[in-house]
Design a protein around this ligand. Structure first.
Ligand code: LER
Ligand code: MN
Length: 278
């Protein structure tokens, strides 16, 4: 298992609630490497404004990898969602998803996340939200597969979305889509709200072959160890079931974005040694 942290890309000027590290984009990458992260998850809003070659080079020079491309900023910054009351918004969102997939392939990121960016069922007034999300994801998965990228659908707690709130619903939607390039992203913060057992939902996702990416944040969305989630137990379950992907810190930048990133790393490194150690 490896550790990454979510950082925003440089086309985004505003604060993004769950992005870590302060300073210029390059500073943020440097800090991730200095603190001892293995990778970073890039929260990009509009990647057509980004120089992916340069980003890829900077990341490699620092010995980091890109664990995933997060799509949440396209929602937070540009208010784009795959499910929307205005068809123009959903169409632009699909085009944006294609751009994020292209960007992922250029910076060698294995995944593009679909969390808040999917929007809400309640926004779709013709009652066809499920079919629409299904169609948008199948369409994007086709493009992703041609570019060697995969999509990860993230169950969100009920206060943030009304479509796919838990692992069971996530797996059911993936089954309907039926595309080899779609899997699950499980976020410990959301699961703490929705799941009766965090451990068995990891197991379920893993036995379906769909546990591809993980976001970490404690019960209060602070760094692990600051809330009441049992991270030693979570890590030992993940080891037991053979998960060997990323645990990516996506949490509140408190008391400040650097300290939150550093405290996360310090706590998690006790559970997950650096990749060149046993
Ligand atoms: C939002 O709460 C979240 O967890 C993000 O990963 C969604 O894109
Ligand atoms: Mn998340």
């Amino acid at each position: 298992m490896r550790l990454s942290a979510a950082i925003k890309t440089y086309e985004i000027e505003q604060e993004v609630p769950v992005a870590l590290f302060s300073g210029s984009f390059h500073n943020r990458l440097q800090k991730a490497a200095e603190f001892g992260y293995d990778g970073i998850e890039l929260m990009a809003a509009n990647p057509v404004h980004l120089d992916s070659k340069k980003i890829c080079k900077q990341i490699k020079e620092l010995g980091l990898e890109v664990s995933a491309i997060g799509s949440g900023a396209a929602f937070m910054v540009d208010k784009l969602t795959l499910l929307a009351s205005d068809p123009d918004v959903s169409q632009r969102a699909l085009k944006r998803l294609h751009d994020l997939i292209q960007f992922a392939s250029e910076v060698e990121a294995p995944f593009v996340t679909i969390g808040s960016f999917r929007g809400r069922k309640a926004w779709v007034t013709d009652g066809k939200a499920d079919a629409k999300l299904n169609e948008a994801m199948a369409n994007a998965a086709g493009r992703a597969s041609r570019l060697g990228v995969r999509l990860v659908l993230e169950p969100l707690n009920r206060y943030e979305s009304d479509i796919v709130n838990n692992t069971k619903e996530g797996l059911a939607l993936l089954e309907k889509i039926g595309h080899s390039h779609t899997g699950l992203l499980i976020d410990t913060y959301h699961l703490n709200i929705e799941e009766p057992s965090i451990h068995s939902c990891f197991q379920k996702a893993m036995s379906a072959g769909k546990l591809w990416h993980i976001h970490i944040g404690d019960s209060n969305r602070l760094p692990p160890g600051k809330g009441h989630l049992d991270f030693p137990g979570i890590v030992s379950t993940l080891r037991e079931i053979g998960y060997n992907g990323y645990l990516s810190a996506e949490l509140l930048p408190l008391p400040n974005p650097d300290q939150a990133a550093e405290e996360t790393l310090r706590y998690m490194r006790k559970l997950i040694p650096p990749k060149n150690m046993k």
